[in-house]
Write a protein that binds this ligand. Structure first.
Ligand SMILES: Cc1cc2nc3c(=O)[nH]c(=O)nc-3n(C[C@H](O)[C@H](O)[C@H](O)COP(=O)(O)O)c2cc1C
Length: 176
């Protein structure tokens, strides 16, 4: 499979990135894996103009989303990796996901999705809002869940190295 990981932290070398890399290392034995750090792409929020629905998918905005659309159209599996920002995913990653509101998504053939999340708090409900959105998106796009790694209590860069999460992500990657 072609596995595309959308990694949503603006912090280079942070916990999200380490988690995404561990997953990628495990999955790379059997699949082609690419990590796209959304901070490296200039993607504007969706304008909600719906012009793309009248132009066969041509977005009114000219930005780096065209590169991500191309990668999405080649992907068999999508991995969403994000820090928790006020109980949601990062705004940079949300901007990319909102741009899937485009008929170009009909050309995607993604059949599996996985979720990798990190947050500083340890409260049990930390990921509830994101999990609700994730499950609704699986249903909307008719995609199978391939697994999740949800990491609490990691705040500073590298904190995740002191947890079992990188092993967990590697193992999940191997299982794909
Ligand atoms: C803008 C912002 C909002 C955050 N909101 C939350 C939050 O709601 N809950 C939480 O547990 N951690 C929150 N955090 C902490 C990050 O999720 C945590 O530091 C994470 O490890 C960052 O991942 P990174 O190293 O990949 O950037 C927030 C951090 C930032 C910068």
């Amino acid at each position: 499979m072609n596995i595309l990981i959308l990694s949503g932290s603006p912090r280079k070398g942070g916990n999200t990135e380490l988690l995404a890399e561990a997953f990628a290392k495990g999955a790379a034995a059997h699949h082609h894996v690419e990590i796209v750090s959304v901070r490296d792409y200039k993607v504007n929020p969706c304008l909600g103009c719906n012009a793309c629905f009248k132009t066969n998918g041509i977005c009114a905005q000219k930005d780096d989303m065209s590169v991500i659309y191309e990668k999405m159209s080649q992907a068999d599996m999508l991995v969403i990796a994000s820090p928790v920002y006020f109980y949601g995913i990062s705004a940079q990653l949300k901007a990319v996901i909102d741009r899937f509101h485009n008929p170009i998504r009909d050309s995607f053939h993604i059949k599996k999705m996985a979720l990798l999340l990190v947050g500083a708090a340890t409260l049990p409900e930390l990921f509830d809002a994101i999990l609700t959105e994730y499950n609704l998106c699986l249903k909307f796009f008719d995609i199978e869940d391939a697994g999740k790694v949800l990491v609490r209590g990691v705040k500073d860069k590298g904190d995740i190295n002191n947890t079992e999460a990188l092993n967990e992500a590697y193992t999940l990657g191997c299982s794909i």
